[in-house]
Write a protein that binds this ligand. Structure first.
Ligand code: SF4
Length: 62
């Protein structure tokens, strides 16, 4: 599994970083980026984060 954030869709709500803090980091404006190579250590948390993103900015490649 690999996780991607579409920076053009992210609106900086921060839900992803709250639900999966090991996988997403927020910049100073609250916009998200994937930490490291995007391979999650906790796949369930990654799925919860993707489902919670109000902008559908998170995609998961199985
Ligand atoms: S939940 Fe979605 S919109 Fe919010 S910071 Fe994360 S990627 Fe961006």
């Amino acid at each position: 599994m690999k996780v991607f954030v579409d920076a053009t869709k992210c609106s900086g709500y921060g839900a992803c970083a709250e639900l999966a803090p090991n996988l997403f980091e927020l910049d100073e404006w609250g916009y998200a980026a994937v930490i490291g190579d995007g391979v999650p250590s906790d796949e369930a948390a990654a799925r919860r984060a993707a489902a919670a993103c109000p902008e559908l900015a998170i995609t998961i490649e199985e």
